[in-house]
Design a binder for this molecule. Structure first.
Ligand SMILES: NC(=O)c1ccc[n+]([C@@H]2O[C@H](COP(=O)([O-])OP(=O)(O)OC[C@H]3O[C@@H](n4cnc5c(N)ncnc54)[C@H](OP(=O)(O)O)[C@@H]3O)[C@@H](O)[C@H]2O)c1
Length: 249
């Protein structure tokens, strides 16, 4: 698909991978809308982008999302929805923390909020000539990491859902393509306490632009492709490789 003259919404676009995605789409006649909970961050991000606005919104808040949908529709609709906002809790399953509490918190942001945004924006995306939904997942969608014990399941759920969504839209609204992004460890605030090689968020963002232009629906950035291939051949070896990563915190 084309990556110019589009109206694009990036959740969590004020920082990390989301801000890099917004930068990569900035220009070329694109109109960007970024969201997040921290206004100061969004303001400073928008100042560095071309033709961009921000809407403060917590993706887990029904009121905020209703307002976001209303404002985006009123501003001219939407061509590309990028579900990037996400979180992860690093902890050891036996350290006494509640896996239910952590898992619910992560699921609300990484999974249910994405489903809600897609439910709410599909009618608008249907009106676009050429539209896309891009879900930022993780290499942990395929292979779990024990230091993020309840984060991986949120991304695995999102991968499963995204595949069902792609099949459904192919049959009912073929103007909307579904893309999935599977980054490895990326150099952002989210994983600042993690050891190991980290990919630049700008590389992840450029991969997304390139993939859209080539209609490549599954984007595995950097070392994620190797982990994926290994997982297909030997799930046991892929699991061992994923779990060489250690948190310093
Ligand atoms: N970094 C990695 O190694 C890595 C690897 C694989 C996948 N990912 C995925 O990539 C995505 C981006 O992660 P990142 O590393 O860029 O994280 P980050 O640096 O922590 O940035 C997360 C962004 O999401 C926003 N956000 C968080 N919770 C939100 C909420 N409830 N409502 C609205 N916005 C919210 C944050 O802004 P506010 O706090 O201001 O709301 C921030 O802009 C996530 O889905 C993550 O799971 C990251």
């Amino acid at each position: 698909m084309k990556t110019s003259n589009k109206r694009i919404l990036v959740t969590g676009g004020g920082a990390g991978i989301g801000f890099s995605i917004a930068k990569a789409f900035s220009g070329n006649g694109n109109q960007l809308i970024i969201t997040g909970r921290t206004e100061s961050r969004l303001k400073s991000a928008v100042a560095q982008l071309e033709n961009a606005t921000y809407i403060v919104a917590d993706v887990t808040s029904e009121t905020d999302v209703n307002n976001l949908v209303k404002e985006v529709k009123a501003g001219g609709g939407l061509d590309i929805l990028i579900n990037n906002a996400g979180t992860g809790v690093a902890y050891n399953l036996l350290n006494g923390e509640s896996a239910v509490k952590n898992g619910r918190y992560e699921m609300e942001i990484n999974y249910f909020a994405v489903l809600n945004l897609i439910d709410q924006f599909v009618p608008t995306l249907k009106e676009s000539k050429e539209a896309a939904i891009i879900n930022v997942q993780s290499v942990a969608s395929y292979v779990p990491s024990a230091i993020l014990p309840t984060y991986g399941p949120t991304k695995a759920a999102l991968h499963s859902y995204s595949q069902s969504l792609r099949i459904t839209l192919e049959q009912t609204a073929p103007n909307i393509q579904v893309y999935e992004v599977f980054p490895p460890l990326v150099d952002t605030e989210l994983v600042k306490d993690f050891n190991g090689p980290k990919l630049s968020p700008d590389v992840v963002a450029q991969d997304i632009v390139d993939a859209l232009q080539q209609n490549n629906f599954e984007i595995r950035n950097g070392g994620a492709e190797h982990v994926y291939q290994l997982h297909l051949q030997s799930p046991k070896e892929a699991l061992a490789l994923m779990n060489t990563m250690e948190a310093t915190a």
